[in-house]
Every structure is written in C-alpha cells, then in structure tokens.
Design a protein around this ligand. Structure first.
Ligand code: NAP
Ligand code: ZN
Length: 354
C-alpha cells in the first residue's frame, strides 16, 4: 500500500486535522500522482459537516486536484512520469452502462465513484480526496493540463469549471443570448468567465452588493443585487438561460419570472435543505423549464480545459496553507471568498498527525 498524509475530518462537528491513510498500490491501468494543489469546493464543506447525510468518517475531501505523475502502470498509454495532470470529482465508473458509453460518467447508472467519500472499486474501502500528498487514479479519469495554464489557478477548473461548463454547453449558450449567473462564489465566477467567453450577454445576480465591481471585472456585462426588487423587475421575461449556483435554499420564483418563454433555469447549487417549491404557474404560463446538472463527463472536462487554455481562462484564487482550511470554510459560509481557495499541498509536508 501507498502511504498518504492528508487533512480530514473524523466527525461532522470536528475541525479538519492531519490524517495518515493508505492508497492502493498502482495497478496496470493506474496513474500515481503527487498532488501540488487542491481547490476548496463548497461540496467539501457540505460533506465534511454531513449536510447531505451520506458522509462516512474519516473523510479527506478535495476534488479539484492538480499534480505530477510519479508512476504509471504497464497498460497506461496516455501519461508519463512528470506530466502535469488533473483529477476532478470522479475517479471511476462502471464503464458498461448507457451513460458511461455516452461519456456521461457522472450519470453512471451504477453510480460513479466520487474522488472522496466514495466506495473504492479496487480495495473495497472508501476513497480519499485531494487534501493530501498523493493519489492513485485509473488512467481514464485523469485529465491532461494543457501548457499555459497556471497549475494552482487551474485546480478549480476540475469542479467549478466543469460544473458550469457542462450546462452552458448542454443548453447551447452562445452569442445573442442573455444569460444569468446566480451567486458569485467558486462556481459563479467560473460561470461568468465561461459564459462570457462563449459569447453570451452575461448578468450576475448577487446578494453581496460589495461584489459588483468584481463581477464586472470577471466579465459580467451587468450586475443585479437580487434583494433589490426594482432591479430584478427590470429584467422580467428577458433571459434565455439562468445558471443558479447558490449553496443555500432561496426563492426560485424570483429568478423563474426573469426567464422568457421557453427559457431554462438550471440548478447546480446543492443546498442541504430544499428550496421552497416554486409557483407552478411561473413555469406553465411561459413554458419555462427548471432543470439540474451534475459536474460533467471526462471528455467534456478535457474539452473545457482545452477551451480555457485557448481563451486564457483560469480561476481567481486565494492560495492557503492547509493549516488554514477550517478558517477558510468559515469564510466560505460568509460568502467571503475571492473566488476560490486553493490549498498549497507543499504546506502538508512536515505536518504530523496527533
Ligand atoms: P461558494 O463559493 O460558497 O458560492 C456560493 C455563492 O452563493 C456565494 O458566494 C453567494 O454568492 C451565494 N449565496 C450563499 N448563500 C446564499 C444565500 N443564503 N442566499 C443567496 N445566495 C447565497 O460555493 P461553490 O463552491 O460555488 O458551490 C455552490 C454550490 O454548488 C454548493 O451547494 C455546492 O455543493 C454545489 N456544487 C454542485 C455541483 C454540481 O455538480 N451540481 C458541483 C460543485 C458544487 P453572492 O455573495 O454573490 O450572493
Ligand atoms: Zn466541487
């Protein structure tokens, strides 16, 4: 077994702390990676605090992983020692069902294996994520990081990037369309950058008036403070598509009425408690759609990374040593992130579990 040192939680109310654990030895199809950087997603916090009710402890979070290949199994063809690679939210899937066949591994009918808090297919134990020194992943789920992308700032592309890219592509966002992004956090700031690069007219909805200037700099054409009824009203019946990234329950009606006929609002935010049910008439009267979307497939993730490299897009990050992770979670809850924390994994070296 391969030894790993990480940061994780042993219960829903305990802070993250150093943890030693084991990875499987790399098999013929596996890539062994030394982790350099790992982004901090709100899903990490939901999971650590068992807000979705499915956490198995100890949990080592982290699914926005950038690292260097240190070893490859004999059957591995696409990667070599020294390559800069990425790992996102999935590390395996059945590879037999219709969704896997379509490259939509995130909808694997037999359940994909999450990068952390998932059932490891090889050892039968649990998977542990990227707040750690290393990881072993089957080649199929390893992404190539194109030249020219700053490695630390590229980390959040592996979840925040693909989770916003996939619905923008699925609903064919492009020139001539008016697109809303709700919430300016990790996902939201990538949503703005990607929708803008795809050619849409982008409007950011925020509850934080202080983020207005940042949103414009990130690429939004307009910013609306969603608590201001008059500002909201001015956009009634005007959007083709709205991407809702908010991590807390809120009224969906306030946004549904902003869609034009046949418009779609897609939810990617995954709050612990449900949103209040929207008014059915807001959907019926203009044949509006309310949809959801889960991360994105592996091929689509590579497509997004390549698009980001050719358009000079990375995340706006605040680098932290792993020792600041508990404070970073509190700041994330206060919407005080500009706009993604990334852990410098070098800070783990020399850390000893209690
Ligand atoms: P984040 O960085 O914390 O951003 C969430 C943003 O939502 C905040 O910055 C804030 O933006 C807004 N917000 C927070 N509380 C709010 C409230 N009570 N009312 C209205 N707006 C509020 O989180 P993230 O990492 O982007 O993740 C967002 C959500 O997506 C999480 O629930 C996460 O689990 C989920 N997620 C889903 C997928 C998927 O595949 N579907 C993938 C990754 C993450 P403003 O300050 O601008 O209002
Ligand atoms: Zn995530």
């Amino acid at each position: 077994m391969l030894l790993s040192l990480g940061y994780g939680a042993t219960g829903a109310t305990t802070p993250l702390q150093p943890i030693r654990f084991e990875r499987r030895d790399p098999g013929p199809h596996d890539v062994q990676i030394d982790i350099l950087y790992c982004g901090v997603c709100h899903s990490d916090l939901h999971t650590v605090r068992n807000e979705w009710g499915n956490t198995v402890y100890p949990v080592v979070p982290g699914h926005e992983i950038i690292g260097r290949v240190t070893a490859t199994g004999q059957q591995v063809t696409r990667f070599r020692q020294g390559d800069l690679v990425g790992v996102g939210c999935m590390v395996d899937s059945c590879q037999r069902c219709a969704s896997c066949a379509e490259g939509l591994e995130q909808y694997c009918e037999n359940g994909f294996v999450g990068t952390y808090n998932g059932e490891e297919m090889h050892s039968g134990g649990m998977t542990y994520g990227g707040y750690a020194t290393n990881i072993v992943v089957t080649e199929k789920f390893v992404l190539r990081i194109p030249d020219g992308l700053d490695p630390a700032a590229a980390a959040p592309l592996l979840c925040a990037g693909i989770t916003t890219w996939s619905p923008l592509r699925r609903w064919k966002v492009g020139p001539g369309q008016k697109v809303g992004v709700v919430g300016l956090g990790g996902l939201g700031h990538m949503g703005i950058k990607l929708a803008r690069a795809l050619g849409a007219h982008v409007v950011l909805f925020t509850t934080s008036p202080g983020k207005k200037q940042d949103a414009l700099q990130l690429g939004a054409h307009e910013v609306v403070v969603s608590k201001n009824a008059d500002e909201m009203q001015a956009h009634t019946n005007s959007f083709d598509f709205i991407l809702n990234t908010v991590a807390a329950p809120h009224s969906l009606d306030a946004f549904l009425v902003l869609l034009k006929r046949d418009g779609t609002m897609t939810l990617v935010g995954a709050p612990a408690e449900p949103h209040p049910s929207p008014q059915v008439f807001n959907l019926i009267m203009k044949r509006r759609h309310l949809a959801g979307s889960l991360i994105g497939g592996i091929a689509e993730t590579q497509e997004m990374l390549d698009f980001c490299a050719s358009h000079g897009i990375v995340s706006d990050i605040e680098m932290i040593p792993v020792q600041q992770i508990n404070e970073a979670y509190e700041r994330m809850l206060r919407s005080d992130v500009k706009y993604r924390f990334v852990i410098d994994i070098a800070s783990l070296k020399g850390t000893a579990p209690a």
